[in-house]
Design a protein around this ligand. Structure first.
Ligand code: SAM
Length: 210
């Protein structure tokens, strides 16, 4: 998944990660919701850059309504294949670049390793829409790339300093903000440096009933 070839490589990426487990950050989020005693059946979530959609499927199974967005038709086809008919009525999908979407008011925006692939010049508007869509007391959960990442400087990929990433969350309480800087294989390449912020953030304000 290197810069300049991203569009062509997502199909190979889905093949390479076929059967993957849900993101650890997503499971950590579910643990936090459970610990907070939140009953979220019926709540609205957006899965941004959903890929093969395992997180979307788990949310639907737990009774959420989900808008799954991905610019790759293959991704949305994989999500639709994965979701059993009894949950399909609670699933909406969009094959659209997420920077072009107006999101519905949502309790959760989950963005697993996807937001960095927004072109930097479009990121401020995308982030403004994401932050606006999240209801008071709702959550943003996802990953951002840091400026020491091995892909830093790639065109059409957005990277943040730690201060720049933290500044996005002025309207949020940071429940988890972890900076990871290590060398690991990527799905399609050998080892690369990963500089990633893992974020679980709760928007200020009082939560309404889902
Ligand atoms: C690394 S995959 C992550 C998939 C999944 N969220 C996960 O956690 O494994 C990134 C996904 O974001 C999608 N994506 C990248 N840029 C996008 C954009 N600008 N708009 C919508 N989807 C995008 C890709 O098509 C891909 O499915």
């Amino acid at each position: 998944m290197t810069s300049g070839r991203l569009g062509r490589e997502w199909t190979e990426y889905y093949r390479a990660v076929q059967g993957r487990p849900p993101r650890a950050l997503f499971l950590e989020m579910l643990d936090q919701f459970k610990a907070a005693g939140l009953d979220l059946a019926g709540a609205q979530a957006v899965d941004l850059g959903c890929g093969d959609g395992i997180e979307t499927a788990l949310l639907l199974q737990a009774g959420w309504r989900v808008l799954a967005v991905d610019q790759q038709p293959e991704a949305i086809a994989l999500v639709r294949e994965r979701v059993p008919p009894e949950h399909a009525a609670h699933l909406q999908t969009l094959v659209t670049p997420f920077q072009d979407v107006e999101f519905p008011p949502s309790f959760l925006v989950f963005a697993g390793y996807s937001l960095p692939f927004c072109p930097p010049e479009r990121f401020p508007v995308l982030w403004e829409r994401v932050a606006r869509a999240i209801l008071p007391g709702g959550y943003f959960v996802g990953h951002l790339f840091g400026d020491r990442d091995g892909w830093a400087g790639a065109p059409d990929v957005t990277f943040f300093s730690r201060a720049g990433a933290e500044a996005l969350f002025s309207q949020f309480e940071l429940k988890t903000f972890r900076e990871v800087d290590d060398v690991r294989p990527s799905a399609l390449e050998g080892p690369k440096r990963w500089h990633v912020y893992e974020i679980i953030a709760r928007k200020s304000g009082v939560m309404a009933e889902p």
